[in-house]
Design a protein around this ligand. Sequence first.
Ligand code: SF4
Length: 336
Amino acid sequence: MNEHEPMLRVEGLKKYYPVKAGVFSRVLSYVRAVDDVSLEIFPGEVYALVGESGCGKTTAGHTILRMLHPTAGQVYFQGQDILSLDRAALREMRREMQLIFQDPYSSLNPRMTVGEAIGEALEVHGIARGAARREKVEHILEVCGLASYHYRRYPHEFSGGQRQRIGIARALVLEPRFIVADEPISALDVSIQSQIVNLLKKLQKQFGLTFLFISHDLSVVKHMADRIGVMYLGSLVEESFKNEFYSNPLHPYSQALLSAVPVMDPFRKKERIILKGDVPSPANPPGGCNFHTRCQYARTFCSSEKPVLKEFSRGHQVACHMVLDEPDYERSTPFG
Ligand code: SF4
């Protein structure tokens, strides 16, 4: 595989949950958690999936790893359709694709030592046992900023930041190529967050890892990502290279998200865009553009015609009628 071919290709991914009611559990509607998401991630790249909580980014990440079965769509990893794999082939593939959980404590078994928790996967995959297993686990602990003597300790003996290091070590011990990091710092104290972000960045470079980085925090994403995809109500509404995204966000939703990011310069004033109303229910999304109930630029046709993700400039795609069809739109935005 060369760097110009995607390591991961997702096509038309959907994950719907039925909403049932009555004695016969009749299906009344579906919660469209992920609704027709397509994206590509290239080798060595950090692709950040961002959006408010409930936008479907975590479900998308878990469905890509086939921890959840999709309602429709395809996921190709290194050219192979992972949704068609049988159990044995999927287990083999899982060596290459790992997950870093949001809450490291709940993902660790309190009765297992750190050595057992990290080394378990090495045994399951038949990679190392006994002394060899221990050696590998101690090595990965040190790589992740812990000490080899932590091998015998239990999760409750560690701080939140150390537990996330254990979670990262467990994801890396199988030497994967692709990692889904699901809000890896959101459960941590602010003072610890930057240490974990720096660790992830260091490991990504050291091992040439490819990341799907799921986060609602655009300040963190700015440090980690190469490209960014913005999700709203289960769909991608904008996708761009990082610098282009932060300097020229096109979708009104992206602009609102970025306007809420604090700036470090006390002399620079930034206009905050307050979105009106709540996020609509994914069980009953609005017609046309999903965002029209909260969009300050909405026109009548926005409530009936769904915009599709289209290229605006090289590598920068957006799903918005006004950006793609109205030449004056850009000038009227707070970023124009
Ligand atoms: Fe707003 Fe219309 Fe663009 Fe949707 S399509 S984001 S409602 S301007």
